[in-house]
Design a protein around this ligand. Sequence first.
Ligand code: DAH
Length: 334
Amino acid sequence: MDIKALQIEARSAVKKAQNTNDLEEVRVVYLGRKNGKVITLLRSLKDMSLTERRQVGPKANTLRHELEELIKRRGNELQEKNAAMNVDVTRPGDKVRVGHLHPLTQIEREVRDIFTSLNFSVLEGPEIESDYYNFDALNIPPNHPARDMWDTFWLKQPSIKKDKSLLRTHTSPMQIRYMETHKPPFQIIVPGRVFRYEATDAHHEVNFYQVEGLMVGEHVTLANFKYIVETFLQQLFDGDVQFRFRPSYFPFVEPGIEVDIKLPKEHHRQGGTWLEVMGAGMVHRNIFNAVRYDPREVQGFAFGMGLDRLAMIKYNIPDIRLFYSGDLRFVRQF
Ligand code: DAH
């Protein structure tokens, strides 16, 4: 047989092999010890004349080595292809890392859920306020010493505007905004971000979160407030909480009170001592006057609490700055 033709045929046969079985067949056809075409050719050398042998011998040997090499390479190729296609469908999938809610968002949602279940509506207000809503309408006139309680970020002002703008220092302005556009009876909460121009430390941040509450109707009293607060605190702290009212002063309520809670020592870093968590009181008549409600016809209670503080107490967080640090080692613990 013509060696050249044999070489072409063998090369293409190797190339066409689609799996290791095909390839083994090709090997047997050309290099098989019994009848392999190339092997037979080599064996027939001994019957050839010397000149013929000198001519054919080297070519046949080269072909043999070439084929061995080609078959080996094709074998590796087929094995690699096989591994790529060999998918283990029983293997567990790669875990997709999903993010989760920040602890402050979590506690805000808990608070929303509890108050919604008590038939409160949830609304939000602007973070940029005027001094009218943040102070004056809340019975805190210019020069009133109570303005000291809310160290304020004032915003630069175009001179034509007579109301000064600021970053709200509390969520209470939404009491006014809501009452200006709604009629009692109603009950609302207003979660939101507030700002204070303060030096930061473990308990102070320049911005933090509050939830404001307001319930107004013909006969709404502090007794109603007591029930609402009790239900709220019991749910938020899974029934494991004591609370008390203490007289206090806020310009927009009369009488004003503060709510303290006490948690069991075993589960809470700050357990066993009274902790102040909320300001509250009966809405001051000057507030009703500011929104043109008649104080002889309606009454109600208001309250305001710090969400950061609640979260710190509930989750034993020692430093308020951790909430805003962007440190995932902190966030992932919740
Ligand atoms: N706005 C007060 C503060 O930021 C909290 C507060 C106290 C809100 C008494 C109220 C209230 O609605 O009745 O400190």
